[in-house]
Design a binder for this molecule. Structure first.
Ligand code: GLN
Length: 440
């Protein structure tokens, strides 16, 4: 393979199709990309290259990549250049992955559509009038458009899976604690996870294998990959569907398509399909936002305009400000334990729901997003925007792993299937996702 040529062709494609008038998936390109590609190419030729050699990788702009602009798509950090590599970035570089640039996103990862970026919305490469989804809008769009092989996004309530679904690519939210968050500018630290997006499961798996594992710089990380029950006991795989997920889908057609695909795979492989109860997931959105607002408010206090960037409260967009003001209010009222602590209780109930369900099933499957992407600029209330994540937030609250894979289309718009599995069973997710890929 001529890697240098591949990089040059990709840069040309980005030049022609991205940018403000185009898809708008990149905010910054790596100025040293050709120099770095030459080094990697030499390593490939000498047979000494790492696992990611030959892959073009792009990073969401809320992760630190030494010397690159990581502005979280916000005016607050407009000119902020990273002074260090996030742990995931260090690992990518060690395996000779080429970082081509930094990606557009919802401002500080607050959003579900990619429209809150201070640098304009990311367009959906499948249909440029539509949103790409968010908050990792550039991460999904750049992969779908063929501007990179693999990207990294972050997922607090659905931000990897939602745009993956809308753009027709694969996106993994790893289990909480399996990938280091060191160097990620957090939205809600008890829920955030960094994860990969790519056109196929193979590349997502490859990247996960590079970035996962314990990190001394993030105390919440583990080194375990649990062996799931069905593998230990060699028993028949059971897939769970849930009426509780079905009720949250505003588009019933979507649920029917997903159900059919599950039945098709189950028939082919001899898997069982059963219904499971997850009776508290209808409270997931209501529990998520108080947690997110309070944690986000606290994490933004460092953007006071003294050490780096500008004062956030004076430079951010309306959605970020809503969360700062809301988070500050909730924290003040917290002496009564009214919001944050109640939200934590619901988080625990949802976690228990999943634990109970996973005693009976190996996977739980639903659509990824309850509705199809809207047109960029449509008037949509914050409540409607928040409900975009009704199907993805439960996995973040429960700390489990979940993947979105493209499974079908409705009127030529991609439809993602979400597969959830117990914490630290990413390998099982990859196995079953590859089986679905084959019947697509
Ligand atoms: N859409 C959700 C929010 O705005 C989730 C964002 C995310 O996962 N980063 O908070």
């Amino acid at each position: 393979m001529n890697f240098l040529k591949k990089v040059k062709d990709t840069l040309k494609k980005i030049g022609e199709e991205d940018g403000k008038e185009g898809i708008n998936s990149f905010l910054h390109l790596n100025p040293d990309v050709l120099k770095e590609s030459e080094i990697i190419e030499k390593k490939i030729k000498s047979g000494k290259a790492g696992k990611l050699a030959g892959k073009i990788i792009a990073i969401k702009s809320n992760m630190n990549v030494l010397g690159m602009t990581a502005n979280c798509a916000s005016k607050t950090l407009e000119n902020y250049k990273s002074t260090y590599d996030a742990t995931v970035v260090k690992k990518i570089k060690k395996e000779d992955g080429l970082i081509i640039g930094m990606l557009n996103m919802d401002e500080f990862a607050c959003g579900s559509s990619g429209e809150t970026s201070a640098f304009g919305p990311t367009k959906n490469p499948i249909n440029k009038e539509l949103i790409s989804g968010g908050s990792s809008s550039g991460s999904a769009a750049s992969v779908a458009a063929g501007f990179c092989d693999i990207s990294l996004g972050s997922d607090t309530g659905g931000s990897i899976r939602n745009p993956a679904s809308h753009c027709g690519v694969v996106g993994l939210k790893p289990s909480y604690g399996s990938v280091s968050r060191y160097g990620l500018m957090d939205l809600s630290m008890s829920l955030d996870q960094i994860g990969p997006l790519a056109k196929n499961v193979e590349n997502v798996k490859l990247m996960f294998e590079v970035i996962f594992g314990k990190d001394g710089k993030d105390a919440t990380t583990f080194d375990v990959t649990e062996i799931p029950e069905h593998k230990k006991q060699k028993k028949t795989i059971t897939i769970g569907l849930s009426k509780d997920f079905e009720k949250l889908c505003s588009d019933k057609k979507m649920y029917e398509i997903i159900k059919k695909k599950v039945a098709e795979l189950a028939k082919k492989k001899g898997y069982k399909v059963v219904d499971v109860s997850l009776k508290h997931i209808n409270l997931a959105v209501q529990a998520y936002y108080p947690l997110c607002y309070v944690e986000f408010f606290s994490s933004t206090r460092k953007y006071d305009g003294r050490r780096y960037g500008h004062k956030i409260d004076e430079t951010c967009g309306p959605e970020v400000l809503r969360r700062i003001l809301g988070g500050s209010e909730i924290s003040q009222a917290e002496y009564s334990g009214l919001y944050y602590r109640n939200a934590l209780k619901v988080k625990e109930l949802i976690k228990q729901d999943f634990e109970n369900a996973f005693r009976k099933v190996d996977f739980i499957i639903s659509p990824t997003v309850p509705r199809l992407p809207h047109k960029i600029g449509s008037k949509i209330t914050p409540q409607e925007m928040y409900s975009y994540d009704a199907l993805t937030i439960p996995a973040n609250l429960a700390g489990i792993c979940a993947i979105s894979i493209p499974i079908s289309e409705i009127n030529k718009i991609p439809l993602g299937m979400q597969i959830m599995a117990p914490a630290f069973s990413e390998n099982s997710l990859f196995d079953i996702s590859e089986e679905f890929e084959q019947i697509k």
